[in-house]
Write a protein that binds this ligand. Structure first.
Ligand code: GRF
Length: 204
């Protein structure tokens, strides 16, 4: 039985693209991407979903109270009967009340080796700027669960990427995506999808 995957996005959606390509190449054999949700109506990620024939919806966040936003999100996830959620460049914050509904079922990708360069203010290029300013020689990407504390961000997969002389934040961001993010996220999706599929079969 396939695990039904919803992918949450806010922007360009290159991670979504690589999930969709992995699915089409048979690299997520226990999962099926059934929905893309964006909190931003202008996200190019929605166009990518459409190009791959995957339904995409916008659940707007701007100016909407958190509880209302999360109720609308929950409604979409229920409607597509999602078993798991992947945050692929999703910038909206999810409350502990929301996260509690999905124990070990929400994955996030972050473009550094957690616990370095993560937490408040570390998103997008800022993560890579901070790594270059600090002078670290190795960075990478991390896929982690989004759970309630104490297990808040239990790490599932990590991959290291070298920092090279002359790197700019943009050059480094691209290398981290190519060498780590786009490789790790489909692998993580399959790991969790396989686990859920096993559990679903047990309760059948
Ligand atoms: C990626 O660097 C991801 O790790 C971070 O946001 C970026 C999203 O890029 N959380 P994209 O929208 O998948 O192209």
């Amino acid at each position: 039985m396939l695990s039904r995957i919803a992918v949450l996005v806010s922007g360009g959606g290159t991670n979504l693209e690589h999930l969709l390509l992995a699915q089409e190449a048979g690299r997520i054999p226990h999962g099926k991407i059934v929905l893309t949700v964006s909190d931003n109506p202008g996200a190019y990620a929605l166009k990518r979903a459409e190009n791959h024939g995957i339904p995409g919806v916008c659940v707007p966040k701007k100016g909407v109270p958190q509880a209302e936003f999360e109720a609308a999100l929950s409604k979409e996830l229920a409607a597509c009967r999602a078993d798991m959620v992947i945050l692929a460049g999703f910038l909206a914050i999810l409350s502990p009340e929301f996260v509690r509904q999905w124990p070990d079922r929400i994955l996030n990708i972050h473009p550094s080796l957690i616990p370095s360069f993560c937490g408040k203010g570390y998103y997008g290029l800022k993560v890579h700027e901070a790594a270059l300013t600090r002078g670290v020689k190795v960075t990478g990407a991390t896929v982690h669960f989004v759970n309630e504390i104490p297990d808040g961000g239990r790490i599932l997969l990590q991959k290291a990427v070298d920092i090279l002389p002359g790197d700019t934040p943009e050059v480094l961001q691209r290398r981290v995506m190519e060498q780590a993010e786009w490789v790790l996220l489909p692998q993580a999706a399959e790991l969790v999808a396989a686990q859920i599929a096993k559990e679903k079969e047990r309760v059948q």
